[in-house]
Structures are given as structure tokens and as C-alpha cells.
Design a protein around this ligand. Sequence first.
Ligand code: SF4
Ligand code: SF4
Length: 133
Amino acid sequence: MAIRPQGWPYKKEFRCHRCGNCCRGEGTVDLTPSDIRRAAKLLDLSRTGFIRNYCIENESGDVVLKDQGDEEQSCIFLTEENGLAGCRIHEAKPEQCSAFPMRWRPRRAADYCEGMREVLGLPPGALRRTISG
Ligand code: SF4
Ligand code: SF4
């Protein structure tokens, strides 16, 4: 995934539209030890219990969140109600999630992030992400 590490270049305030597209599709949520500690505490689990229930270890040895096994490869913690996406561990959201899109974003993030489209003056209508998108 192409990452753009530079700061947020847009003057307008970013507003998340809760489309949920950053929580589904290709890519993984890589967890830091602190992410694991905070999420496990929120869910009242031990570190081991949290990893066993919600994570996998990828080929590089990183601990990443599982997906829901659906077509869209939705994050295990993604919820949707009345068309609005939510995160079951919002209060202990992993750093990677909190940093999107202001501190990092894939090259084509504006295709699927409704909030970025607004900031950039693009028409609404973000593409819903799938495994290949
Ligand atoms: S942990 Fe929450 S914010 Fe991060 S990808 Fe999963 S549902 Fe989205
Ligand atoms: S893709 Fe953008 S607008 Fe949609 S939920 Fe993620 S941050 Fe919010």
C-alpha cells in the first residue's frame, strides 16, 4: 500500500462521514503493543485473550486485526447502523486508525473516503471498498 506520510495539506477542517470505507477492503490494521494493551483493557480481556479472539499474526510476524470473513473484508470491529459505520473499540482505537487520513493515507484514498472528497471539493459518492479495491 502506498503511504503518504506528510502532514495534512488541506486548510479546511476534515469531517468523518462514517462511511466505513477505511475499515474495509484491502490492507490490514497493524497493532502496536500499546494498541493491544488498550483494546484488551477496554474489552476486559487479557492480552493473550484479545489476540486469540481478534487478531492474527501475518507473514511478517506483525499482529494485525482479523476481518469478518465477509466479501468486503470488513474489520472485525466494524459495525454499521442506519448507514453509519462505527467501531466497537472506538475508545481504544488503534493508532493506525486514528491517524487516517490526516497523518497517513493511501494514494487513492479520496476515491473511497467521503470526508476527503469533501475537503478536496470532489462530488460526494465515495466508492464502497471491496477486497480488491
Ligand atoms: S479498529 Fe475500528 S477504526 Fe480501526 S479498522 Fe477496525 S473498525 Fe475501523
Ligand atoms: S473513509 Fe473517511 S469518511 Fe469514511 S469512515 Fe473512514 S475516515 Fe470517515
